[in-house]
Design a protein around this ligand. Structure first.
Ligand code: XMP
Length: 327
């Protein structure tokens, strides 16, 4: 299974029936590969790792050990959703690691975007490896690798973040039940497995999480402002029928303050930038032009409900010349 490639002419999985057949096939393959051994999986709550986990739970139940690392850079409600869906509803063997302080302490004072990304990636592997070492009898590593990851790695476009990375003493055989699927197929399979829409149709979210939406040195209060404004934006997009229609939307709170007035007193606070974009290939990106009354409403809610924000801006810059994220 680790070297399995997508068969040429494989029909695109689009229906519930095709998804069911795929799931049954994977269950049989996983059981044959793993036997009575244990599989370890880093479960971020993203579409790929969630669908991978749900297939593995069906196939081997308690032999799967999921580790969810909360690095403090997740969106509002995400760790809670992972625990609810996987531990409570699907009965997964889930280890929740609260590594918030650890990550934020390491990131304190760091302003260089590449250094921030590097520390987040390195620390993630460190925390995951520590958990892996506490467990006995793990022989396999589950991974939510999907087919575009393989294609991009082969084309040298992107070093595939899933493959490898763990230290020498933790080399496991891979189990990759969504490896030959494209993203749209992963979603069809996820839906068939009964995962909630908020997980299956989740918009893309970068590995370094809200860390890249808090440009400059990450502080807890500014990170909280990003998290709260992002939650308001998502809520309003859902209410206004834009969820699922707009490819990606988020807020950014740079380390920059401007003057304002609140309750007749001068304030000196951050600004919140709203960005909503559409794309097919992520190489070229166009902006979603938001309805004026929605912008007014977002300005009101964000400046009223999010501590530390006294100004809201909308970013209408396509890619190129701007990238999607700010760092
Ligand atoms: P950029 O900013 O490069 O973003 O125009 C293009 C898309 O990629 C996402 N992105 C990331 N995804 N790890 C990820 O998994 C990352 O480090 C990362 N950086 C950017 C971004 O959200 C957008 O959808």
């Amino acid at each position: 299974m680790p070297t399995l490639n997508r068969p040429e002419n494989m029909e695109r999985i689009a229906t519930a029936e095709q998804a069911r057949a795929y799931i049954d096939e994977q269950i049989a393959d996983i059981r044959a590969q793993v036997g009575d051994k244990k599989v370890l999986l880093a479960l971020s709550g993203g579409v790929d790792s969630s669908v991978c986990a749900a297939i593995l739970i069906k196939a081997i139940g308690d032999q799967l050990v999921c580790v969810h690392v909360n690095h403090g850079l997740l969106r509002k409600g995400e760790p809670e959703q992972v625990i609810k869906v996987f531990r409570e509803e699907l009965g997964a063997n889930l280890i929740y690691v609260d590594a918030v302080d650890r990550f934020l302490d390491k990131l304190a004072g760091l302003t260089d975007p590449e250094k921030k990304r590097h520390i987040i990636g390195e620390e993630f592997i460190e925390v995951f490896a520590e958990e892996a070492r506490k467990l006995d009898g793990i022989e396999f590593l589950g991974q939510g690798t999907i087919w575009p990851d393989i294609l991009e790695s082969e084309a040298g476009i992107k070093a595939h973040h899933n493959a490898g990375g763990l230290p020498e003493d933790l080399q496991f055989e891979l189990v990759e039940p969504v490896r030959i699927l494209f993203k749209d197929e992963v979603r069809v399979v996820g839906k068939e497995l009964g995962l909630p829409d908020s997980m299956v149709y989740r918009q893309p979210f970068p590995g370094p999480g809200l860390g890249v939406r808090c440009p400059g040195a990450i502080t807890r209060d500014r990170l909280e402002a990003v998290r709260e404004s992002d939650a308001i934006l998502r809520e309003e997009f859902a209410k206004n029928g834009l969820e699922g229609k707009v490819w990606q939307y988020f807020t950014v709170v740079p380390d920059f303050k401007s003057t304002g007035i609140r309750d007749g007193k001068r304030t000196f606070d951050w600004m919140c930038i709203i960005r909503a974009i559409n794309t097919v290939d992520v190489v070229e990106v166009s902006v979603e032009h938001l309805p004026a009354d929605l912008i007014d409403h977002l300005v009101k809610r964000i400046t009223t409900e999010v501590p530390g924000i006294n100004r809201v801006l909308v970013d209408y810059t396509p890619k190129p010349p701007a990238t999607v994220e700010y760092e």
